[in-house]
Write a protein that binds this ligand. Sequence first.
Ligand code: HEC
Ligand code: HEC
Length: 415
Amino acid sequence: MKTNLLLQLCFTALLASQSSAAPDRPEPPTHQRQAVRPRANPMPANLVPVPSQLGAPLTGLTPEQAADFRAGMAEFENVESPDGGLGPVFNNVSCVHCHADGATGGGGVVTVTRYGRLEKGVFNPLTEFGGTLLHQNTINLGVREDIPPEANLIAHRQSTPLFGLGLIEAIPDADLQRAAAQPPRDGVKGRAAVIQEVATGQMRVGRFGWKAQQATLLGFAGDAYLNEMGVTSRLFPTETAPNGDTAPLAIYDTVADPEDQVDPETGKGDIDLAADFMRFLAPPPPGPQTPGSTAGRAIFQQINCAHCHTPVLNTGANAIEALNKKSVPLYSDLLLHDMGPLGDGIAQSAAAPKEMRTSPLWGLRFSAPYLHDGRAATIDEAIRAHDGQGQASRDRYLKLSPTQRQQLADFLRTL
Ligand code: HEC
Ligand code: HEC
């Protein structure tokens, strides 16, 4: 009992010294550091409360925030029409068409197609032909997009679940940058995706999308309205030219830009409403623990999955109380990693062709199939496909006994 209490005290002291901003504070004495090491999984003090139902709003919203969530959900489910700015080329008619698995805001098996050209190891986004995203639909058969013959590289990407994204948005850039500055462990070194935030022009750490291509939910909403639905907004005012050709726009793009108008009464456009919905959407509820999953949790740490799939990150100070200083069990460092041949080959924003953002693993049991293109039907297949910086960890996985592999999968299905 006594030793436990002592450990607890040392641990509290260590936490206090780590969270202090003073850079020149002396390191805690070695005996203290060694003493706390065995406590691998301390329960974070401020773990975000999660409602039991998938797709519910965050716990603890004010009535106004709850109303914004509902209004945002209605916009997220709203079907756009050509009169409202849909197209001329687009991928689908509403956000929920691609984000519906389990609840509004979930992932989906629908994939979008990216293309480019790889020449002598250099990626060419084929911007002059409208690369890299293919728009598979059109409001009029007189205008359409095809993959240009110049493309020699085609990648497919699944839509990701949006549960808990407000918490991910609220994690400070500095925390991600600090993690990226750590020395490599086991051949693993993440890179913060530093990008220019479209709404403010500031340099920020991207964290959304398979390539960590956006830093904020408003930025992603604007991107999705334009790129998935062909709806321009104040953040993305320029209509997509089909395969890079602006001529058809004169005929088929009849709604004045920006097509998404700001409502003078609320000061919000559709992009703001969709961002509200995503910001207030609760994380996925954890599944019940079993003896197998408890054993699997330890295996997850031992074989270094946690080097990239960081179990917990913390939000900073936030004006929204439900997002303020919460521990977030997302199981990702939100950094880019060179995944070797698993990378999708597309350079986008700050990400190089082989770099992918570590996928958050919370809610995994709701989001099969897995990996960016859905190639893995099972968790086992997803782990086996890890390569590049994920290779050492994958090789340890392959050496586990079938029982241990099952325990690891059981654990992942509780997140
Ligand atoms: C045609 C299908 C499609 C439509 C329509 C669509 N999305 Fe997506 N969404 C995707 C795909 C595919 C991804 C992964 C994209 C990537 O990273 O390249 C994605 C990713 C996202 C992400 C990043 C989530 C994360 O895990 O970081 C957000 C946010 C998002 N979508 C919001 C929206 C919103 C808001 C709308 C409506 C305006 C929308 N999407 C419409 C397919 C779609
Ligand atoms: C080097 C960093 C790294 C390590 C180590 C790592 N992963 Fe991953 N993991 C990733 C990245 C990046 C992705 C997304 C790759 C993609 O889809 O192209 C991913 C995807 C996944 C997925 C699929 C998630 C989804 O929603 O599709 C699972 C499951 C997964 N990892 C589990 C594990 C397990 C278990 C381990 C330990 C054996 C592990 N990972 C080790 C970086 C890593």
